[in-house]
Design a protein around this ligand. Sequence first.
Ligand SMILES: Cc1cc2nc3c(=O)[nH]c(=O)nc-3n(C[C@H](O)[C@H](O)[C@H](O)COP(=O)(O)O)c2cc1C
Length: 204
Amino acid sequence: MKILVVYYSMYGHVLKLARAAAEGARSVPGAEVVLRRVEDLPFNLEKLEKSKHAQETLKEQKDIPFCTLDDLRAADGILFGTPTRYGNMTAQMKALFDQTVELWVNGDLEGKPAGILTSTATTHGGQETTGFTMMAPLLHLGMLIVGVPYSTPGMLHTEGRGGTPYAASTVAGGKNELNPTPEDLEIARALGRRVAEIAGKLRG
Ligand SMILES: Cc1cc2nc3c(=O)[nH]c(=O)nc-3n(C[C@H](O)[C@H](O)[C@H](O)COP(=O)(O)O)c2cc1C
């Protein structure tokens, strides 16, 4: 059973969640996990070049291949990771969705489980709205949304960190200076595991 973790990350927070989700998926017997990134867009290239933090993050990802439509088609379950942009997914991740018309027409993603990973600068910056708004294209594509139940360790909390039922998440900080907490990473691992377990059951 193939599990795809596809993400976009400018400063490394979603990359860390994606790696944790991949680890969680890999812990499920029979899961073959691939990590793929989403290509950047021309409007963002100047900003990338001027940011030392973004350059370091790019270097960290240089060996991770870009996601293709075949990667999406081949997967039995997919985790999509994106930072929040105004309470929504990034244009880079949206561009991937906007290339999936052929998959939509053929129903290639129908019935496959999907989990969401996200990051915001601030505690109330839109982790839940990004989770929710990302669900719209996933549902159009016929995917089955997999969330994070409250029985997952670390979910029942009132601290300023990630962990929503709609998406595994983290708080990056106003200058992207924070790191995902151990709980954030554990919740991302649990979501990866859950998507892989469900994909395995659905395949029979
Ligand atoms: C155009 C733009 C819009 C953003 N919108 C939000 C937002 O609505 N809420 C928020 O908390 N952070 C917002 N951010 C901050 C990013 O979400 C933050 O840098 C990101 O989560 C870090 O993830 P990464 O390290 O994986 O790139 C925005 C950043 C940019 C550049």
